[in-house]
Design a protein around this ligand. Structure first.
Ligand code: FAD
Ligand code: DLZ
Ligand code: SF4
Length: 509
């Protein structure tokens, strides 16, 4: 063997940079299922089943194309259960001249890779992950040029660089975004399209059994597993989304509805992040739908912005700010994550819905993550590391590079504003406007304090009171703090009392 090409579980892309260097006649691909990766956090069982099944299918696909794959299974006898251990064993088996690997998604693994050359006494080529529009180096350059202070500027730069949704150097439709046309609430009686789910084949069935036996103490259901596990299936799911959902994606992007777990969302993040789909093909197909007159610009731009803008931006932030990033706790939040996040009963309808969909599917859509479970953790002052770990565990699309900036930065403001200039704190009124949850909730949205009141109401004001020192001078929060300052001392004391009773078991009277 000349080259041993190590492919990780989120690198399941045929033209991955490391695989492009492969000469099938003489090189070997290594793929490994290892205990360390399945348990470094207690991933949702569907996440483990998805990744391992997708890995096994990908290995089959490579073999069918004449590539030699050395595949270590989770229950192989001599499995050392770590990336480094398995690579060392494979080096003994194949005696390669060189290791080829594409840079990993997580800092944790990046650090491991740094030791391999010395430990193995072999050259290790760590190649750029060119599945992203913006390389780590390019992002760092843009930071230097101060073109990435905020997502919006970064996104415009990416639109210019890629030419996506551009016409003669100008944004299509004459504006960079059409959000004022988006964010509608759902019309009465709205029924979202039926979603494409996939019946487990033999390989997936075997994985489901293995995961059920081995990870039965992890939070989340395994029944109902319907994720695509091959590129062909993922492409079918993407086509279905573009045809049936994309045309109205923009309009109802921020809506939430009881019992509707998917609405018009893409359901593609697990595929993008594991490599079954690439960002550029997804954005190109969405842009083509607009060009062909099959989807309006507000929808296509809104969708493309999530991928070309947000997804690339958070990755850039992750790699420019790590490893210090994870240590920040700007608002000094310290509370434990409440048991309802792990499925304990709660009377808060919104939380029960969003945690329920998470448990059922290892999925929740963006507004549920941001404005319900995220917003609660922010307002309740949950310790950043605890809520970060929750998000990393429970979603099939969660890898630290994308989870951490979203949770630590966007939701918890623990980075003091590196990612977003202000926290997305909101009271119950926002959730009521964007959903039908409150109509089915035993808490009263109209009451502002006391046992019966919607907890988001007093937690919202309590959050502003507790953090006035840090946020009171934030220009973008001027209006809100103006409102707080008009409240009487008595009113504020009521708010604080309710928040303490709810969060810390204090007295309600
Ligand atoms: P759609 O609504 O159809 O959006 C299309 C695509 O845009 C997504 O597939 C995703 O690739 C991308 N996207 C949208 N928003 C973001 C964003 N904020 N950051 C990065 N990509 C984005 N996404 C993950 O992929 N992994 C995570 O671990 C993750 N953690 C999150 C944690 C919090 C607190 C929040 C608020 C958001 C998080 N997101 C994460 C972003 C977003 O919620 C998911 O990407 C989205 O819900 C996936 O579902 P979808 O494919 O149906 O998305
Ligand atoms: C998430 C995950 C899991 C659960 N299991 C494996 C595995 O057994 N083997 C593997 O190669 N990758 C797995 N992964 C994905 C890795 O955690 C991911 O590749 C790294 O975190 C780098 O992003
Ligand atoms: Fe959630 Fe409050 Fe609405 Fe109940 S009333 S669903 S707790 S926002």
């Amino acid at each position: 063997t000349r080259n041993l090409c190590f492919v990780l579980g989120d690198q399941l892309t045929r033209d991955l940079s490391s695989l492009q260097r492969l000469i099938p006649e003489r090189d070997v691909v290594l793929m490994v299922e290892v205990g360390d990766e399945t348990t470094y956090v207690r991933h949702h069982p569907q996440k483990i089943a998805f990744i391992l099944s997708a890995m096994r299918h990908f290995a089959e696909d490579l073999r069918e194309r004449g590539i030699t794959v050395d595949y270590v299974k989770l229950d192989d006898e001599d499995n050392t259960h770590s990336f480094s251990g398995e690579l060392a064993r494979a080096v003994k088996r194949h005696d390669p001249e060189r290791i080829l690997v594409t840079e990993p998604g997580e800092w944790r693994v990046w650090q491991m890779m740094g030791d391999w050359e010395t430990d193995l006494d072999l050259p290790v080529d760590i190649l750029d992950d060119d599945r992203f529009y913006c390389s780590r180096d390019r992002f760092a350059e843009l930071v230097e040029d101060r073109k990435t202070g905020r997502m919006e500027y970064f996104y415009r730069e990416m639109r210019r660089e890629t030419g996506l949704l551009m016409e003669d150097g100008e944004p299509a439709g004459g504006a960079w975004n059409f959000d004022k046309e988006n964010r509608k609430s759902l019309p009465k009686g709205f029924a979202p399209p039926h979603r494409m789910r996939f019946r487990p084949d033999e390989i997936t069935q075997e994985m489901l059994e293995l995961v059920a036996a081995r990870f039965d103490n992890h939070f989340g259901d395994l029944e109902g597993f319907g994720w695509a596990v091959t590129r062909d299936e993922a492409l079918r799911a993407l086509r279905h989304f573009i045809k049936e959902c994309l045309p109205s994606f923009g309009d109802y992007q921020d809506a939430m509805k009881t019992g509707e777990d998917f609405l018009l969302h893409g359901l593609i993040s697990p595929y993008l992040n594991a490599g079954l789909l690439t960002a550029s093909e997804v954005c190109d197909k969405a842009a083509a739908a607009w060009k062909d007159g099959d989807a309006p610009l507000n929808a296509v731009e809104g969708f493309v912005r999530q991928i070309l803008g947000w997804r690339e931006y958070v990755r850039g932030i992750y790699w420019t700010e790590m490893p210090e990033y994870v240590e920040g706790n700007y608002l000094n939040a310290k509370r434990d994550l409440p048991a309802m996040y792990w499925g304990a009963e709660t009377d808060m309808r919104c939380m029960a819905e969003c945690i329920g969909t998470t448990q059922r599917h290892a999925y929740a859509h963006h507004i549920q993550r941001l404005m319900v479970t995220g917003n609660f953790a922010l307002l309740a002052g949950v310790a950043p590391k605890q809520i970060e770990q929750w998000y990393l565990e429970v979603y099939a699309d969660a890898y630290e590079w994308v989870e951490l900036p979203n949770v630590h930065g966007m939701v918890m403001h623990a980075d003091g504003g590196r990612l977003g200039s202000k926290p997305y704190a909101a009271s119950g009124a926002y959730i009521n406007r964007m959903s039908d949850y409150c109509a089915n909730c035993s808490y009263d949205l109209k009451q502002k304090t006391g046992k019966e009141a919607c907890p988001f109401n007093y937690l919202y004001w309590n959050f502003l009171i507790e953090n006035e020192g840090k946020l009171g001078n934030n220009q973008r929060m001027g209006l809100i703090y103006g409102n707080l300052r008009r409240k009487s001392e008595e009113e504020k004391a009521e708010i604080t009392r309710s928040a303490r009773a709810f969060l810390d078991g204090g007295s309600w009277d």
